[in-house]
Design a protein around this ligand. Structure first.
Ligand code: CO8
Length: 258
């Protein structure tokens, strides 16, 4: 599939997907979401890809769902079309790690897309927000749910009710992003993180993703049991033997995803 609203570059086991609708600040429309979902499925199936970065432009990661596309929809259309549901389901099915590299605006669906990734690295100019309230609607793909789990009720309520933007420093303090870097360093930092992940055993990388995500789904006791069991099960892998032997032999581990 040839993409028009995103680009894909695969280099050294890292897939970089760049949202590319500059005239609309990368607003998410059907085409972009369809292409993104298709591309992510391809990355999941591509053995060469071990980590995925989703990014936008310097000015905008994505300024939200496309308002022009949504404006005239009736309730019945919105309900029956189930806008963005298959695409977001596909995004959530990706088992490889995904990093959001955010510069500029990550608003509405843009903030929600960033939160669907496993962690967010942003620039000092990043602005996060759920301004749907200003449009007479509410967030629709995680802005009331994931944001609340990530930053807590006070800030999630504040952002969703007032529509105010959170700057990078506040986003880092609140735990929404893991790192803040100067604009020029964004891709270097994201690539560095992705390369580090790409060097690990893919089995344990995928287990980490499942286990951390489980913390948001189940009570602590269940989550701890899941963690212990996957920890035990990793002793069945060759990579566990290699990782621990390499440590004791004071050499770099050579993981083979086995
Ligand atoms: N949709 C469509 N077009 C957009 C969007 C958008 N979300 N954001 C910006 N654009 C367009 C503008 O219309 C403008 O186009 P044109 O040049 O043709 O007039 C162009 O991008 C540049 O934008 P601005 O001139 O507004 O640029 P500024 O630098 O002045 O402002 C802002 C930047 C502050 C980011 C401003 O563009 C803005 O407020 N954008 C809208 C932000 C917003 O409200 N986002 C939420 C959208 S709703 C949503 O995301 C719901 C998600 C859930 C969907 C779930 C379905 C189930």
């Amino acid at each position: 599939m040839a993409y028009e609203t995103i680009t894909l570059d695969v280099d050294n086991h890292v897939a970089v997907i760049t949202l590319n609708r500059p005239d609309a600040l990368n607003a998410l429309n059907d085409q972009l979401m369809g292409e993104l979902a298709d591309c992510l499925k391809g990355c999941q199936d591509n053995e060469k890809v071990r980590c995925i970065i989703i990014t936008g432009s310097e000015k905008a990661f994505a300024a939200g769902a496309d308002i022009a596309m949504m404006k005239d929809k009736s309730f019945v259309e919105a309900f029956t079309e189930d806008l963005f549901t298959p695409e977001t389901d596909q995004i959530m099915r990706v088992r490889k790690p995904m990093i959001a590299a955010v510069s500029g605006y990550a608003l509405g669906g843009g903030c929600e897309l960033a939160m669907m990734c496993d962690f967010i690295i942003c620039t000092e100019t990043a602005k996060f927000g759920q301004p749907e309230i200003n449009l007479g609607v509410v967030a629709g793909i995680g802005g009331t749910q994931r944001l609340t789990r990530l930053v807590g009720k006070a800030k999630a309520m504040d952002m969703n009710l007032t529509g105010r933007f959170m700057d990078a420093a506040e986003a880092e303090r609140a735990g929404l992003v893991s790192r803040v870097v100067p604009v020029k360093k964004l891709m270097e930092e994201a690539m560095g993180a992705a390369q580090k992940i790409a060097e690990k055993s893919m089995v344990s990388v995928m287990v980490v993703k499942e286990a951390v995500n489980r913390a948001y789904e189940v009570p602590l006791r269940e989550g701890l049991l899941f963690e212990r069991r996957v920890f035990h099960s990793l002793f069945a892998t060759e990579d566990q033997k290699e990782g621990m032997s390499a440590f004791l032999e004071k050499r770099e581990a050579q993981f083979r995803d086995k």
